[in-house]
Each structure stands twice: as structure tokens, then as C-alpha cells.
Design a protein around this ligand. Structure first.
Ligand SMILES: Cc1ncc(C[n+]2csc(CCOP(=O)(O)OP(=O)(O)O)c2C)c(N)n1
Ligand SMILES: [Mg+2]
Length: 731
């Protein structure tokens, strides 16, 4: 059979192409057996309680070795899942590397002891860090393929630029690179599988989707997850795909299948779907016993399809190796695995002091002076009564202006989301004004920067954020929009388990510094349950994510610039009610105006009470403070936090030391809200400074209702703030 083989091992062992030689077949067998030996040794270590988790690739080896040998590590890109031991071995991960992860060593190259074994990662080999979540990685693969295509068309975007995140992300790309994304058959039930297939198909992306079908998802058989029991039949109508179904216990057939799939992708014809039938030779994991849910006959049948036993027989049958030679080879591999395990058990363990390392970028600190370009000229002009009313720009204007400025400056930025383009059908732009977002925040971006950089996504929030992870790990800067905060939840899995933890879990090897712009909040009169939600504390509770919430035009402009130029993922919350309010308008501050994160602003100095707040409560607090002064002689100091994670503890503490009385006010529900953390910390660290209890103001513990009299009662109003100021002053 004619197959071309290329991999880390290929040049010296296989030559460039030609039929498989005896030596090549032995090398394939070697990789398969080595994978099994590493699994078996790891199982032994688990029994001895020297490692803490085990999940094996046994039964999947032939399919995976076939995939690896058809692709190029360090050139193509890989998004594996936890069963892909033989794949990773064949790509160049060593047994020693694998055991380092199993023991949780400091020198574990995949995660430094942070992730379970078989959660692969290698920058050098282009294996992007994977989580335990099933199917999330497929969307990363799609974003990665999009980024590769973009970079090959715009090589200037790959150039490093000093002074921002681009300095720390070297970009490499190849015009014909392929992305491999692997998944079990049970996990194809996840929405993210379908979302990834959708975009790869529509955009003809060079992604090979590999479904490793072992017939079970833990204890759940394939027919429960897949109607009719065969995923190939269900996906068959996706356009632009190359489809293949293969006996994944046969490495030679598997290799040929991947070779053809890769050719389709490299030629730019679209994605490929390889459905490999394999067996799960052991139970799901060490913690599972399949005797509890599989019949003896079924298990015996699977055992007969063990790819290693089959390949062994084939080598003997074809006269390539004798039985004694096979026994000798297997012994040598067993010894190799045992020796690697022994060495790994002696490896140094991680220092406790290293735990916080790589939660955020160690290269670029968005709280630093490097981001402090809050030009006093611009700020003063904004506050000055003499500035022309016409030059006063809304928050919506200045966010849009910042996006224009930054896209001009940085060719790595792409902007996408639902309805963000001016018009997907470009020909319409000759006669129409363009949509540019439901709030018009992205208006004109597609017209200026083209449809490759500004485009409508599919209507699927996990798709938006998952692809952003893929773009960002390649060093691009996706600035995506989630249309309403109320609909961020389908993306929550990607935000929490992928985007925010990518850097920490890979011990700094990978990062996903994307920006998510999200309109948030109520006070809309009729916004109701699904267009008024807050919930920022759910995100400030996620390590690795920066959370920003400006209250006025200038802050929005300067903070968005910092969000885009920094090296961490940022959730940028834009209050819908403030987009076009007369409050907080300002002249355009120029293309380099930026505000560091974690720097609060005293929007009203005062002596009697500190009011810590942010977002839409800033203008409401100002109104209440004005009345408190006029009617009751209470002098309130208002601290606008501007960024919620990190937040400016020093500014809060300094103000509380001065006033000895404090209220924390926010629009979100009061219980378990953002104010709970701030109030607790004040009570803890500033107890001696206080003359009264720490008070909180927030919404009622319900969703926001449609009928305006209900909405008014649910959300905190200036009158509630005024009442609290008066009560606290009297305490
Ligand atoms: C989102 C998510 N839900 C549930 C789990 C728990 N879980 C881990 S593996 C697994 C079964 C996966 O089956 P399949 O996709 O067929 O892959 P296989 O393990 O058989 O190779 C489940 C339910 C998870 N890791 N992630
Ligand atoms: Mg399965």
C-alpha cells in the first residue's frame, strides 16, 4: 500500500513515502506497545499509591499512531483528549514526560504538577494544553485553524511589537498546516462538537476531527449518545468535509486514512472527519470497573480486537518478526517504561510558593505604570464646563473609537460576535448603512478593516469564546462581543474551564488573552428578565480573568485600550444604560489614552461616608450624595472602582480611614454579590478604623421584572442610597 509518512520519527525511520517497510511496521508496533507499557506501569504505580489518577489509551493505540505519523509535530497543531497517549508518544512526548505528570513533579513539562496525567501540553510539539472537559477543545482547534489561515494571508501580523502583548507571543504559521482535534464518541453529544463542525464546515478550515469510537462513554453505550449508533451517518451532510470511517485497530489502514484526510486539508478543500472504531481495552479509568455494566461476552469480543495482539499476529504472519523477537522487543519496552517511571519518582516536587505563578501574565502587568496614560489634558477637558457640548462623546462613541484605533494599530485584532459586522453580504454595503452591533458599538469596523477581521459569528456563545481561545493561543487578539450579558451562560464553560485557566494549568506555556465585550445591566424600563441581568461576581470569582466595568466614556475608552493591549483574558462589562447617557460624556482622548487596571477614581471627595461603587450606580450615587449634602449636610466620598478584578484596595482603605463609615453599593443582587467580598475585607482589615457597621446596597434577590414599577423596586435607586447614607451617618 502507498502511504506517505511524516512525523518526528519519520525522516530517519520511514523516508518520505513508499510502501511500508518491515522496519516501518516494527516502528509502528514499537510505539503502540510502548504506549501500552506506559499505561500498565502507571496502573501499577496507582495501585502502589505513588500516583493519584490513571486513565489509559489501551485499545486506541493503532488509530492514534496512524494519526501522528500522517502529521507533523511542531508544524501542524494538536488538540488531543485524555486517551491520546499513543498519539502524543508518536509526536515526541517521552514516557519520562508522562510519568513526571503522573507523579505531579515540578518538572512535569505539561503542567508542573497542576493537571492530571494525560492532560497533554507541549509548546514545542504544538500540542495545546487540554482540560478534562469533553469537547471544549474542538472549538479551540477551529480558532487555531482560523488564526493560521489569517496569519498566512497577513504575515505582517506575526511581527513582534514592543510595548504590548505582542512582544511575548512569537507566532509561527505555515500556509498548509493542519489542525487535529480528537474526541470520544460519547462527547459528540456536546453542543460544542456541533458548533465546531458548523464553523469548520462553513469556513472550509483545515481541521481533522478524529472521533475515537470505543462504544462507551464511561458506562453509557454508543446508542444512547448517538441516534442510530453511528456518528458518521449523522454528520454526513456537512458541506466541504472529507469523510472516512476506519477500523482503528488497524494502524496501517488508519495511517492511510489520515494521510488522505491531511491531503484534503492541506489542499485547502475543507475539514476532514475520521471516525475510528476502536476498543476500550481496560475500563474507563482506574476508578471504573466495566464488569458492572458490560456483559462477559461483550468484553471478550472487545478483547479479541485488541490492536496490539492483532499487530503482533500480523508481524509474525508476514514474517517480519519472530515470536522470540517480539517477546524481546516487548521486554525492552517494558523496561524502558519502568526505568522512566523510576526516574520520574525521584523528580523534585513543586514548591508551595509557586502556586500563584501564572494565574496572570508574568510578562505584562496591566496595573503597572506602563498602562498609565490617563492624560490630564483630556480628563480636564472632559470635566471643564468650557468644552464644547458637541465634542462630548458618549460611552458608545468612545468604545467604538477605541476599537477603530486599536484595529488600525494592531493587525492581530479580529472582532466577531452576533450582528457585529456591518453586513455579512458585502455587496449590500454599497447601498446600506450597516448594522455594526445591536447597540452599534462595532459600527463601521467591517467597512474599514474588511470581512476577514470583522465578521458575524454563528449564533452560539460557546462558539464565540471557544474560537477566541484558539485564536489567542496562536498569539492573535480576538476582541469578541457577547450580545447581552444575559446570554453569556452558554459560554460559561469555555470562560471558566478554558480561557481563564489556560495559562495556570499549562504552567505558563499557553495563554488565551482574549477580550470579551459584554453589554450588561438593567434600568432599561422593560428590559425584563433576559435583558437586565448583572452577575459580575460570578466572574470575579474566576482566577485568571480580569473584570472591568467602567461608568463613563473616558474610562471605557482608556480601560478597553488596556484590555486589548494586555496579556490576560479580560471580561469588559459595558453598562447598556450608560451607553448614551448624558452623564459621563467626554471628548475623544486620542489613540494612546489608557488607564491601568486596579486603579479606582474618587468621583466625589467627601469627609463623612465612603461609598464604594461602580457601573450604573455611580451616577445614581452622585445624585444621592448631592441630595444628602443639600438636605442633611452629609459629605459623601464616592469611590468608582472601574475595575472589579483586580480592584483598588488601597483607594478603599484610604477613604475608609478618612471617613470611618462605608457603604458598598451595586446593581447586582445583594446576596453573594460583589459587595460581600469588599464588605468582608473592610470588616476584617479595617475594623479598628470603623465607627459603624459596613453597609451594603444591592438589588432584591430576584431577577429583574418587565413592569417598570417592579423593576424600580427590584433595582437599587438613588433614594435607597440616600436613605442608607442618612441612616449610617446617624449610627
Ligand atoms: C463536560 C464534561 N462532562 C462530563 C465529564 C465526565 N466524563 C469524563 S469522560 C466521560 C465519558 C467520555 O466518553 P467518550 O467521549 O466516549 O470518550 P472515552 O472516554 O470513551 O474515550 C465523562 C462523562 C467531563 N469530563 N466533561
Ligand atoms: Mg467512548
Amino acid at each position: 500500500m502507498e502511504v506517505a509518512i511524516s512525523s518526528a520519527l519519520a525522516p530517519q525511520l520511514f523516508g518520505v513515502s513508499g510502501s511500508l517497510s518491515a522496519q516501518q511496521l516494527v516502528q509502528i508496533y514499537r510505539l503502540m506497545v510502548l504506549s501500552r507499557c506506559v499505561d500498565d506501569r502507571e496502573i501499577l504505580l496507582k495501585r502502589q499509591q505513588k500516583v493519584f489518577f490513571q486513565i489509559s489509551g489501551a485499545g486506541h493505540e493503532a488509530l492514534q499512531v496512524g494519526a501522528a505519523l500522517a502529521l507533523k509535530p511542531g508544524y501542524d497543531w494538536f488538540f488531543p483528549y485524555y486517551r491520546d497517549r499513543a498519539l502524543c508518544l508518536a509526536l515526541g512526548v517521552t514516557p519520562y514526560d508522562m510519568f513526571l505528570q503522573a507523579v505531579g513533579a515540578a518538572t512535569d513539562p505539561a503542567s508542573g504538577g497542576r493537571q492530571m496525567p494525560t492532560h497533554w501540553s507541549s509548546r514545542e510539539l504544538h500540542i495545546v494544553s487540554t482540560s478534562s472537559s469533553t469537547a471544549t477543545q474542538l472549538l479551540h482547534a477551529v480558532g487555531c485553524a482560523e488564526a493560521g489561515r489569517y496569519l498566512s494571508r497577513h504575515p505582517e501580523a506575526a511581527e513582534a511589537v514592543p510595548g504590548d502583548y505582542r512582544e511575548f507571543h512569537s507566532l509561527d504559521f505555515h500556509g498548509d498546516e493542519v489542525v487535529l482535534a480528537c474526541i470520544g464518541e460519547g462527547s459528540t453529544s456536546q453542543g460544542e462538537f456541533w458548533e465546531a463542525m458548523n464553523t469548520a464546515s462553513n469556513q472550509k478550515l483545515p481541521v481533522i476531527f478524529l472521533v475515537e469510537d470505543n462504544g462507551y462513554a464511561i458506562s453509557v453505550p454508543v446508542e444512547v449518545n448517538t441516534p442510530g449508533g453511528n456518528i458518521s451517518r449523522i454528520v454526513a451532510n456537512f458541506p466541504n468535509f472529507h469523510f472516512a470511517e476506519v477500523d482503528g485497530t488497524d494502524p496501517v489502514a488508519s495511517l492511510a486514512t489520515f494521510q488522505a484526510a491531511a491531503e484534503h486539508c492541506r489542499a485547502g478543500l475543507g475539514p476532514a472527519f475520521v471516525h475510528g472504531h476502536v476498543v476500550r481495552h481496560y475500563s474507563h479509568s482506574f476508578s471504573d470497573d466495566d464488569k458492572n455494566y458490560r456483559s462477559a461476552a461483550e468484553r471478550e469480543n472487545d478483547a479479541l480486537r485488541d490492536p496490539i495482539a492483532r499487530m503482533r499476529e500480523r508481524l509474525i504472519r508476514e514474517g517480519i518478526l519472530t515470536e522470540p523477537e517480539i517477546i524481546e522487543l516487548e521486554k525492552a519496552l517494558e523496561h524502558e517504561a519502568a526505568e522512566a517511571a523510576e526516574r520520574a519518582l525521584l523528580a523534585p516536587l513543586p514548591e508551595i510558593s509557586t502556586i500563584p505563578r501564572h494565574v496572570y501574565s508574568p510578562y505584562l502587568d496591566p496595573t503597572s505604570a506602563a498602562f498609565d496614560h490617563e492624560s490630564p489634558g483630556a480628563a480636564n477637558a472632559a470635566n471643564s464646563a468650557s468644552s464644547a457640548v458637541r465634542s462630548q462623546r458618549t460611552m458608545a462613541d468612545l468604545i467604538n473609537a477605541c476599537l477603530h484605533d486599536e484595529m488600525r494599530r494592531d493587525p492581530r485584532i479580529v472582532v466577531y460576535g452576533e450582528d457585529v459586522a456591518d453586513a455579512s453580504r458585502e455587496q449590500a454595503l454599497a447601498e446600506v448603512k450597516g448594522k455594526g452591533g445591536v447597540f452599534k458599538l462595532t459600527a463601521g469596523l467591517q467597512t474599514e478593516f474588511g470581512s476577514e477581521r470583522v465578521f458575524n459569528s454563528v449564533l452560539a456563545e460557546a462558539n464565540i469564546v471557544g474560537r477566541a481561545v484558539g485564536y489567542a493561543v496562536r498569539g492573535m487578539k480576538p476582541v469578541v462581543e457577547i450580545q447581552f450579558f444575559d446570554y453569556i451562560w452558554p459560554a460559561m464553560h469555555q470562560i471558566r474551564n478554558e480561557l481563564s485557566v489556560m495559562r495556570w494549568r499549562s504552567n505558563g506555556a499557553w495563554a488565551a488573552p482574549a477580550v470579551m465585550r459584554v453589554p450588561i445591566g438593567g434600568y432599561l424600563t422593560g428590559g425584563a428578565v433576559y435583558h437586565s441581568q448583572s452577575g459580575e461576581s460570578i466572574f470575579t470569582h474566576t482566577p485568571g480573568l480580569r473584570v472591568v466595568m467602567p461608568s463613563n466614556s473616558l474610562d471605557a475608552n482608556g480601560l478597553l485600550r488596556t484590555a486589548i493591549r494586555c496579556d490576560d483574558p479580560v471580561l469588559f462589562l459595558e453598562h447598556k444604560r450608560l451607553y448614551r447617557e448624558p452623564y459621563g460624556r467626554a471628548p475623544y482622548p486620542g489613540p494612546d489614552f489608557s488607564i491601568p487596571f486596579g486603579k479606582a477614581k474618587i468621583v466625589r471627595p467627601g469627609r463623612h461616608i465612603t461609598l464604594v461603587t461602580y457601573g450604573a450606580l455611580v451616577p445614581r450615587a452622585l445624585q444621592a450624595a448631592h441630595q444628602a449634602e443639600r438636605q442633611h449636610g452629609i459629605d459623601t466620598e464616592i469611590v468608582d472602582l472601574r475595575t472589579l478584578s483586580p480592584y483598588d484596595w488601597e483607594a478603599i482603605a484610604e477613604s475608609v480611614r478618612k471617613t470611618s463609615r462605608v457603604i458598598v453599593a451595586h446593581e447586582d443582587m445583594i446576596s453573594w454579590g460583589y459587595g460581600a467580598e469588599i464588605a468582608a475585607r473592610i470588616a476584617d482589615e479595617l475594623f479598628d478604623e470603623l465607627d459603624a457597621p459596613v453597609k451594603r446596597i444591592g438589588a432584591m434577590d430576584t431577577f429583574v421584572a418587565y413592569q417598570p414599577i417592579l423593576e424600580d423596586a427590584i433595582l437599587p435607586q438613588p433614594q435607597n442610597i440616600l436613605d442608607a447614607l442618612v441612616a449610617l451617618k446617624a449610627y
